[in-house]
Design a protein around this ligand. Sequence first.
Ligand code: 3PG
Length: 306
Amino acid sequence: MKVLVATEKPFAKVAVDGIREVVEQAGYQLVLLEKYTAKEQLLEAVADADALIIRSDNVDAEVLDAAKQLKIVVRAGAGYDNIDLAAATAHNVVAMNTPGQNSNAVAELALGMMVMAVRNMYNGTSGTELKGKKLGIHAYGNVGRNVARIAKGFGMDIYAYDAYCPDEVMVAEGVTPLHSAQELYATCDVVSLHIPATPETKGSINYALLQNMPKGGLLVNTARKEVINEDELIQFMQERADFRYVTDVMPAADQKMHELFEGRYFATPKKMGAQTAEANINAGIAAAKQIVDFIQNGNTRFQVNK
Ligand code: 3PG
């Protein structure tokens, strides 16, 4: 049984060691494909793999066609928009994610980016504090809940909008539930995005929504670039010189935005929300364990293409 770890953006070594231990203890073989630069390398590597662990790596119909032995692919992380689920199902491949395993790392980065933005990108000038400001959490899943937990320590007033999360869950955690995205953006000084990229959410952060934000508004995106309507964000930022955007998912127009919005726009060079040893260990080892549990016991608890 061959388990391939294909990560264009590699896990920390300590996480790979942990994955290897789980895989080898089960009597399987671990194969690593890290920092690959061409899809052909992935197509070649998956040819004899029975199981596959990925991060944001794309698994489309072509990859699945090439993976003749593949039984299971596990996205070591939360968002599985990089897997063609219909193609996986058509190829009889079980697709899973590892929900919650890397969410604290992403939440810590979201708060870190908030501090950086309100302190004027650490340029030494006088900024503002997060204490007493209204924070809007857009989607109250694993990352959103961690953001709320940490933001409480900063003394922020916390609001959230999530069409799928019952009000009681938020109220029990000291968060005020709001009932539309418009209401969230109109209420909060800072909005932190935690929605997945789906056909419904793609491009949904648009001019009409953003224009609800109060003066001095800040949008933090540690989710996906696809949820932003980039042209409309740029238009909005051109009209609203007070508005700031910091993101861990680099827009296609990164260069242009740097030039246009100097001092109120920042993007990390590579998505790094889940780039911590702890998150890599948690998500990577969970993925390896889920593979072993699926092969040995048929456990499909975390399957996302049911
Ligand atoms: C996720 O969906 O789990 C995060 O976006 C992390 O993605 P990464 O594994 O590519 O860092």
